[in-house]
Design a protein around this ligand. Structure first.
Ligand code: SF4
Length: 362
């Protein structure tokens, strides 16, 4: 089942383990009070599961109709809840975790302009503020990208235009709508720019940076989370140590620190095989899941070559990694399909595998 929208804080989505509530921290940052509020809310009003998503949002699981209103009331004083659904939907902005003050200001200006606009963009339509010397978000989902210069680039293009302010990003979003980029309210920029290109894009796009790895960076320490999950206690304690920046890479940047105390669930070693695993919640947390995914991925981790990614998907939708992986196992009613160098719904090399066969096959 394809719903065509993502959950938000104001639009919870029903799942197998209750409602999913997704929070978009402004600017992709959390201070100590915000981290504490989210950790407390997950324990008090959800089932304690906190997940960092592929769009650098934090989602709480296991919320119920009875606990939803108190959860929103607890988060609102911390600036984590938008005034209405339309504003929340439009404020779909990925910000580089290595942002400097200028990038933070640019992202804040863009958020304010989107809030004041009347753009009716598709629910998944998003922006990336990625103005470092080399962009770090080019592999992550965004339709309009603001990169070094600053320049403005429609996703799918290798040329960009000069960026003078948020009015330019909004004009490009309007161009997308005017060109019929979202028939029936759905559509993505890359599909449109494959057919028609926006005017004024004459500058070469900057070359992307190599994928970021856990470990020290000039801005702080990048720590990875298995399947993007973090316990409330670890989030609370990390937030007390330093401000946090969210990434779409299942990693948090702990600002300005070089070392951390041992905290449950944090991965600091870039060679840790858990960094190479991708898996959605699967069954029973997701009602569409045909099998449990994460225990299987964990069990298979030692068999995965050091430079390969294993994606275990509870169904062909592939929410846990909506792109190609070296190896993908997709659960079906008949067993697991094995896809090489593809996505969860791509043609399988082997079909209907029993879990006992998988170690030998891999
Ligand atoms: S891919 Fe996973 S999370 Fe997405 S619908 Fe299928 S089972 Fe559910």
């Amino acid at each position: 089942m394809i719903r065509g929208w993502c959950p938000g804080a104001l639009q919870p989505m029903e799942s197998g383990d209750g409602w999913v509530v997704r929070i978009r921290p402004p600017g992709g940052r959390l201070d100590a009070a915000q981290a504490q509020a989210i950790a407390d809310a997950a324990q008090t009003h959800g089932n304690g599961v906190i997940e960092l998503t592929g769009r650098a949002n934090l989602q709480l699981r296991g919320v119920t109709p009875a606990t939803y209103a108190p959860l929103i009331a607890a988060l609102r004083p911390h600036g984590l809840i938008d005034p209405d659904i339309a504003t929340e939907t439009r404020r779909n902005i990925l910000v580089t975790p290595f942002a400097d003050a200028a990038a933070d200001a640019l992202a804040a200006d863009l958020a304010a302009a989107l809030a004041a606009s009347d753009l009716a963009l598709p629910a998944k339509f998003g922006f990336a503020v990625d103005t470092g010397p080399a962009p770090v978000l080019t592999r992550d989902p965004a339709d309009i990208r603001i990169e070094a210069g600053p320049t403005l680039r429609a996703d799918g293009m290798d040329r960009a235009a000069p960026y003078h302010g948020p009015q330019d990003a909004l004009a490009l979003a309007r161009w997308f709508l005017d060109q019929g980029g979202a028939p029936d309210g759905r559509g993505r920029m890359a599909a449109l720019t494959a057919r028609v290109q926006p005017p004024g894009a004459t500058l070469p796009a900057p070359r992307p940076a190599a994928p970021a790895q856990p470990g020290p960076h000039p801005e702080g320490l990048l720590v990875a989370l298995e399947f993007g999950q973090i316990t409330p206690d670890t989030l609370r304690r990390l937030g007390r140590l330093a401000p946090l920046r969210l990434t779409p890479w299942r990693m948090l940047l702990v600002e300005g620190v070089r070392h951390l105390p041992a905290l449950e669930g944090l991965i600091l070693d870039p060679r840790d095989p858990r960094n190479r695993l991708r898996a959605c919640p699967g069954a029973p947390a997701c009602p569409q899941g045909r099998a449990a995914t994460r225990p299987l991925a964990r069990a298979l981790a030692p068999l995965i070559p050091p430079d390969a990614v294993l994606h275990v998907s509870g169904c062909a939708k592939g929410c846990g990694w909506p792109r190609a992986a070296d190896l993908t196992l997709t659960a079906t009613p008949e067993g697991f399909d094995l896809i090489r160098h593809g996505r969860a719904h791509d043609p399988a090399a082997l079909r209907g595998l029993h879990p006992d066969q998988l170690p030998k096959v891999l």
